[in-house]
Ligand binder design. Structure first.
Ligand SMILES: [Zn+2]
Length: 118
């Protein structure tokens, strides 16, 4: 039988060792939140969840502060390939290019500066 961590990682295309690492990449934090919520629903204690996720129980408390429903929404959101922030759901054109407004402007400015040098 797969563990909750293995299943959540498989569903999201993440590696178990990354989930258990210290990385704060948005998709890893979101996946940890889902695991924490699921284990909490099964009445596991905070220290028990902490041992499973290789984290202090206060970190688990912090993970659980964001409601599961919001996490699922967050996971469904595509991150900007430039900065990693979630792209606004109401801007399909940004989702298509995979960049947020700030990164698009930065890229545009960089290209303009480069064009001036030539
Ligand atoms: Zn960005």
């Amino acid at each position: 039988m797969k563990t909750t961590i293995e299943r959540v990682c498989q569903e999201r295309g993440l590696a178990v060792e990354d989930l258990l690492s210290g990385s704060h990449a948005w998709e890893l934090v979101a996946a940890r939140r889902l695991v924490a919520h699921e284990l909490r629903e099964r009445s596991l204690s905070l220290p028990a969840i902490g041992r499973i996720l290789h984290r202090h129980h206060t970190s688990i408390l912090y993970l659980l502060r964001v409601p599961a429903r919001q996490v699922k929404f967050q996971c469904a959101r595509q991150p900007c390939t430039g900065c990693g922030n979630a792209l606004p759901a109401e801007r399909p054109e940004l989702r298509e290019v995979g960049l947020c407004d700030a990164c698009l402007i930065r890229m545009h400015d960089a290209m303009a500066a480069e064009a001036q040098l030539q």
